[in-house]
Design a protein around this ligand. Structure first.
Ligand code: PLP
Length: 388
């Protein structure tokens, strides 16, 4: 696949990121040299076990949490499933009402649908035209039997950041469990769950230059969450399965690297994004920036183009050396408008196409200039075909 990538401009960092050299280097010893199963009783296995426990301490330090509040998982989807299903189960005696938002990732939405099938009642909070929920709406949705609230930190399509601190204050005061899907935000934004009143939080390594297939669930020590995966006694008996040692070590190295470089990297992403948005809106007709003008992820630029099919545009960009998305990675290939845009009030009538560009710290101004050029030509070309 090397030739496919060589001259390509990668602008899909919300889908996934390149494994950093630091993370790769940290992982290498655990791929071949120290391959022992951390559960083993000999010293060789202890090398792997120590690496996992060291990683747990580091991740806890970054989150200002305690090591025993960190559970390693296979990524965001597993963490979301675990948090919601087991929190619902834990609180079943107290009530059966769950609140989430209409714009969550499918890892949360589809899990909520499953919980509805099991008899739970779920309220999907609406969002405004910027993709933001209102804390007043959230407050009014709370009933006596509300047991759990799940709100994503930042949206994976339009990048909008939610008022997590304000929600955490409400849930803490009312004794309702609060889960946050921080998959898009972690790395980019320093997040200290205890300070924010968060009880459960999902993180995924491949969104911040760590490896794929590894993540974590933060579980506040005050929440007696039960196991989701049954089997061996790994992760204090809470998440069975042989630990992904190299993955855990790689994720931690990537998280540490992000925490050291956060200011520099996010400032660069934001600068490039602002320049990109300004030029696109100025130089291409019938384009709108979606999402919140300010409260959004640094590298996110999401647009809707009138009279252009988003998938056609993604293909055009691909043929011209640019990798972008219509929405979330999971929605690509679907013809329907994304549930996020529909919730924000955009029509589901095919009158526009959505394009998401997510800039990373490795992108350059030359790449953005080239992208603008291709976008301009592409918009004109695709619109002229549509008119024929
Ligand atoms: N939650 C959000 C907000 C995401 O953007 C994603 C991935 O795109 C996930 C959850 C799923 O994470 P993973 O790919 O690690 O399963």
């Amino acid at each position: 696949m090397k030739d496919v990538k060589e001259s390509m401009i990668y602008l899909d960092h919300s889908a996934t990121t390149r494994l950093s050299d630091t993370a790769k280097k940290a992982m290498e010893p655990y791929l071949q040299e120290y391959f022992g199963n951390p559960a083993g009783g000999y010293r060789f296995a202890a090398v792997s076990r120590d690496a996992v426990e060291q990683a747990r301490k580091q991740m806890a330090y970054l989150l200002r949490a305690r090591p025993e509040e960190i559970y390693f998982t296979s990524g965001g989807t597993e963490s979301d499933n675990w948090a919601l299903r087991q929190a619902a189960e834990l609180m079943r005696e107290k009530g059966n009402h769950i609140i989430t938002t209409a714009i969550e990732h499918h890892a949360v939405l589809h899990t909520c649908h499953e919980l509805e099938r099991q008899g739970f009642r779920v309220t999907y909070l609406p969002v405004d035209k910027f993709g933001c929920i209102s804390t007043e709406n959230l407050f009014s949705a709370i009933c006596d039997d509300t047991i759990l609230i799940s709100v994503m930190y930042a949206n994976n399509e339009v990048g909008t950041i939610q008022p997590i601190q304000a929600i955490g204050k409400i849930t803490s005061e009312m004794g309702i469990l609060f889960h946050v899907d921080a998959v898009q935000a972690f790395g980019q934004i320093p997040i200290y769950p205890e300070q924010l009143g968060i009880d459960l939080m999902s993180v995924s390594a491949h969104k911040f230059n760590g490896p794929k297939g590894v993540g974590l669930l933060y579980v506040s020590r005050n929440v007696p969450l039960t196991a989701f995966m049954h089997g061996g006694s790994q992760e204090s008996g809470m998440r069975a399965g042989t630990s992904n040692v190299s993955g855990i070590v790689g994720m931690t190295a990537a998280a540490v690297e992000w925490s050291k470089n956060r200011r520099k990297w996010t400032a660069w992403e934001q600068r490039l994004r602002n320049y990109f948005v300004m030029r696109v809106l100025r130089e291409i007709p019938d384009v709108t920036l979606t999402g919140h003008p300010k409260q959004r992820l640094y590298g996110n630029a999401h647009f809707v183009f009138r009279d252009i099919n988003g998938l056609d545009f993604v293909k055009y960009l691909d043929q011209n050396g640019i990798m972008a998305a219509t929405g979330s990675a999971c929605s690509t290939g679907q013809k329907k408008a994304s549930h996020v845009l529909v919730a924000m009030g955009y029509p589901d009538d095919g009158s526009y196409g959505a394009l998401r560009f997510t800039i990373g710290y490795e992108n350059t101004k030359e790449e953005i200039d080239r992208t603008i050029q291709v976008l301009k030509e592409g918009a004109a070309h695709l619109r002229s075909i549509a008119q024929k």
